[in-house]
Design a protein around this ligand. Sequence first.
Ligand code: 3PG
Length: 306
Amino acid sequence: MKVLIATDKPFAKVAVDGIRKEIEAAGYELALLEKYTEKAQLLNAVKDVNAIIIRSDTIDAEVLEAAKKLKIVVRAGAGYDNVDLNAATAHQVCVMNTPGQNANAVAELALGLMVYAARNFYNGTSGTELTGKKLGIHAYGNVGRNVARIAKGFGMEIYAYDAFCPKEMIEKDGAKAVDSAEELYKTCDVVSLHIPATPETKNAINYALLKDTPKGSLLVNTARKEVIDEDGLIRLMNERGDFKYVTDIMPAAHAAFEERFAGRYFSTPKKMGAQTAEANINAGIAAAKQIVAYLKDGINTFQVNK
Ligand code: 3PG
């Protein structure tokens, strides 16, 4: 069996070494395609492999068509909006993610971005503190829960909204579960986004939702750029000189945000929430183990295209 790691944004070396150990211990062969610049390189690399480990790399119908021997794709991470699940199912390819494995890394970055924005991007002027501020966690999954845990240490008052998570689960963590996204955004000084990118959430964070946020609000996005209605956010930031946006996923209109909202906007140059050695090791090795368990014993616990 041949397993390919296809990562445009490479794992830390120590994680690749760990993955290799798992794959070779199972008697399989490991191939590596990192920092590729052309889709043709991916199409060529997948030709003879049985399994692929990816991150935000796109696995579409064309890639699946080229991968004639493919049985499984594991997205080493949480969001699998980069994989065409219907095409995978049509090709009888199992798709999995590794839920929770990089959640702490993303949560730490969310808090880091909050401090950065609250301190005026470290420009030397007097900023604000997180202690005592109301934090709204939009979607209470693995990352949201870790954000709540860390934010408690900052002395923030924690609120959360999740359409699918029972209120009791939120409240047992000492957070207040609110009834709607609208209520969350109206109540909180800082909102941290943790919703996945799906057809339902596309452009969901829009002008109407943001317009009644408290004065001096901050929106932190370590989720996906697709969930933001960029035109609506630009309109809001034009009208509201007090509103700040910090993101780990560069918006399509990055240049416009940077030009118009200097001092109130920041984007990392490349998504780096999960870019830690620990998260790479956790997610990468989990992916390798899931591949071996699936190919040897048919274990499909984390399959997302069932
Ligand atoms: C995820 O969905 O797991 C995160 O967004 C991390 O993505 P990455 O592996 O591309 O950094």
